[in-house]
Design a protein around this ligand. Sequence first.
Ligand SMILES: C[S@@+](CC[C@H](N)C(=O)[O-])C[C@H]1O[C@@H](n2cnc3c(N)ncnc32)[C@H](O)[C@@H]1O
Length: 116
Amino acid sequence: MKLYRRAPQWLHDDKLFLEEYVAKVPGWLFDYTAARTMDLLRWQEEQKKEGSLLEIGVFAGRYFSILARSALRTGSRIVGLDTFQFVSSRSFTSSICASSLSSTRTSSFWRAPPPP
Ligand SMILES: C[S@@+](CC[C@H](N)C(=O)[O-])C[C@H]1O[C@@H](n2cnc3c(N)ncnc32)[C@H](O)[C@@H]1O
């Protein structure tokens, strides 16, 4: 997990995170869905309902970025899975790394075998 001397503002500011990061990642995610997911994750964090996170079908990481931000706040493990047929795993990781959301200790990305 990356340790910040001072928490970046986007770590706790949903609107800023949505505008500055999520909106720039290609993918399928409405702002409303993003906002409600952030609400749900915050509620889980407040209730101390922490655990590992998994997304199957991360594409370029748009939705994954929202899960990764919560994992960064809680120190939870997060796993992303995709066949990476439509976007390369390299562009996925560079997009996640660019936002400082990656954490070598708690994040991993797996390539699923393509469907037969
Ligand atoms: C609609 S996109 C997902 C959009 C993404 N969640 C986002 O935030 O933009 C569906 C993704 O599922 C992936 N996918 C399809 N079949 C899969 C499988 N069997 N295992 C893993 N990923 C798969 C595709 O490669 C594609 O990236």
